[in-house]
Design a protein around this ligand. Structure first.
Ligand code: HSE
Length: 335
């Protein structure tokens, strides 16, 4: 299976690292060779029709901040994808919820050209899910995106595969590690600004932390869940969004005095599509502290199910991509 990675920030690098570390395991488990044949970052690209030198690319990125000495020179990622034959696009370029950016163009092109797609890029999914889903079906392609919501925390495939046959009544969850970290630190008396600075130092926050704080990142994830699990056809602009910038230290303290905490909760069901700070009783599964994500899934016969895990991070998000890659490999072998 030949792989092309578009976007080579934290997650893109994590994927390549994981594929190198797991190479012997993957060959034994799947009996299949996974070869990365192309990598693009914002400045440069590296392609090799057989297999790129993964260690060279990672080394170049670490020492020079670029994957190679081949500058993009205005080339679009699509022009670079056209240089090499591949089966699966792993799309990890930065999220753009305004127009989907280059990530949306890359996914469209890949699906139109019969490539399977794995993405953790929330912008294209939050803006054009139905279009991309239809495009994948029309062209016989598989599109998977487990890592786009909750990073390493299983949620999409859990609902669609492990809970197949259940009616998922609602999902409520903490889908943004940055906000949860900030609110947890405020529980301990830290002012908002200082807590946010700490969260940014942990590397969880988006390039522009407004995306996190104003609830836009959580809203993208709620849209992805609504479309993929509830079969809805909604977009980012349909979500009722309130972020945490207006949560004061006084409100946090008042909540604590009453045995509660304030958490930024995303909720999705057949009729709901909301992100807002809510009062949660201490001890409730959603009263989680720190950077973890969590989801409380309510089903008709399986009852409530709670999952939690690391919602971001290099190897964590890459692990969700790896599980999608294995699922695609298995599906293709069955065909
Ligand atoms: N900025 C996001 C967060 C990263 O804080 O959870 C994962 O989407």
């Amino acid at each position: 299976m030949k792989i092309f990675i578009s976007g080579f920030g934290t997650v893109g690098q994590g994927v390549l690292e994981l594929l190198l570390i797991k190479k012997p395991y993957l060959q034994t488990r799947q009996g299949e060779l996974f070869s990365v044949v192309g990598v693009v970052d914002s400045k440069s690209y590296y392609v090799d029709s057989k297999e790129i030198c993964g260690l060279c690319v990672l080394g170049n990125k670490a020492s020079q901040g670029r994957v190679s000495d081949n500058p993009r020179d205005g080339k679009s990622c699509i022009e670079i994808m056209e240089m090499v034959d591949f089966d699966v696009l792993i799309e990890t370029s930065p999220t753009n919820v305004e127009d989907g950016g280059e990530g949306l163009r890359n996914i469209r092109w890949a699906l139109e050209h019969g490539k399977d797609v794995i993405t953790v890029n929330k912008g294209p999914l939050a803006l054009a899910f139905s279009e991309l889903d239809a495009l994948a079906k029309k062209n016989g392609c598989i599109m998977r995106y487990e890592g786009s919501v909750g990073g390493a925390m299983p949620i999409i495939n859990l609902c669609r595969e492990s809970l197949a046959g259940q009616k998922i009544k609602s999902i409520q969850g903490i889908f943004n590690g940055t906000c949860n970290f900030v609110l947890s630190r405020m529980d301990n008396g830290l002012p908002f600004e200082q807590a946010l600075k700490e969260a940014q130092q942990l590397g969880y926050a988006e390039t522009d932390p407004t995306y996190d704080i104003e609830g836009y990142d959580s809203a993208s994830k709620v849209v992805i869940l609504a479309n993929s699990i509830f079969g809805r056809d909604v977009r980012f602009s349909d979500v009722s969004i309130t972020g945490i910038s207006s949560v004061t230290s006084e409100a946090v303290n008042l909540a604590i005095e009453n045995g509660m905490v304030i958490r930024l909760i995303g909720e999705v069901s057949d009729t709901k599509l909301e992100v807002a700070p809510r009062l949660i009783p201490k001890g409730h599964p959603l009263a989680l502290s720190g950077t973890l994500n969590t989801a409380l899934i309510t089903t008709d016969f399986a009852g409530p199910i709670t999952v939690s895990g690391r919602g971001a991070g290099r190897k964590e998000t890459a692990s969700a991509i790896l599980s999608d890659l294995l699922a695609i490999s298995e599906a293709r072998r069955k065909n």
